[in-house]
Design a protein around this ligand. Sequence first.
Ligand SMILES: Nc1ncnc2c1ncn2[C@@H]1O[C@H](COP(=O)(O)OP(=O)(O)OP(=O)(O)O)[C@@H](O)[C@H]1O
Length: 336
Amino acid sequence: MIEVSQLVFEYPGHRALDGISVSIPAGSVTALVGPNGAGKSTLMRCIAGLDQPLSGHIRVKGLSVEDQPREVHRHLGYLSDFYGLYDRLTVDRCLQYSALSMGVAEGQVAARVQQVAAQLGLSELLQRYPTELSRGQRQRVAIGQAIVHQPSVLLLDEPASGLDPDARSSLSQLFRLLQAQGMTLVVSSHILSELDEYCTHILSIRNGRIESHEALQDGGMAQTTSATPGMATAADSLALYALEIVPTVAADFEAQLRQALQGTTVQDFDATGKRPIQLWLPATNSARAAWLTRLVQAGIPVAALAPMRERLQDRYARTAQARDTQIPDHVNQELP
Ligand SMILES: Nc1ncnc2c1ncn2[C@@H]1O[C@H](COP(=O)(O)OP(=O)(O)OP(=O)(O)O)[C@@H](O)[C@H]1O
């Protein structure tokens, strides 16, 4: 749906994107993450055709952003991190204006505005002016403006900043609904727990380069990964599981459990049985079954084993840890 190839973008004296190539599949919800200054907003602006890259190409729905920006805009919604609203137009007028400027046929504008207002809980606010709205309500109007023309791709830069927990939760629901309707979303946020709820992919960038781009399995409900992100083959891919054991009082049980789990990457260990042990197991059923058989034969009273989703926060930290422990190429070159 979005194809970015060898994208380079420079601000005067600063290279903000340094050879980004990525393919974002149709119907996915991609969390765009990275530290401050990584290049997230710049990448979104380039995809939206608002900034002209130095080199490289972007295609949205097969259309070239460089050559056909107007056509691309009809398929694309964009919410900037610093969005503006027309304070002298009512909410109704703001939405109408966006719809018309995005090419919605005049006869369909009123219906589209009503539909978007209902989706975003703005129906009661249509006759108000943006200056009379709370921050969260203004945010919803801005999102309404971005989706009123029913784009197939929606780019949202920090959409939940300044929203209260209720508003964040209804925003998550809205994103899930839009995805279910077939929309492709790219959402940047520093609040990983918020992205956790609805993302299917995580795209991590740093210093203008892609650090990792991974799919979260089953729309994110469970996830396979490798012990060393980015270096696994299909055969050695691992998935995160929750292992429940029957609470056991035997004095040497903890040692017995640790012994049985040796060689397995354990993310959260608890020998009391009060909370599940989180651990990485082979993603293939046969290999996992063999592991489980050995565990039971070792006398561990297994009560349940269930796939679980790794929190984005943990995944992000793990990727960063793997990066920090890798020996850079230039260090290798200096070795005798
Ligand atoms: N107008 C500008 N002129 C010069 N440099 C800029 C400009 N805008 C951004 N930059 C630089 O480009 C880099 C990427 O900025 P960008 O806003 O894309 O990062 P970001 O990942 O969105 O950061 P944040 O999480 O803080 O919003 C940063 O180093 C930033 O300082």
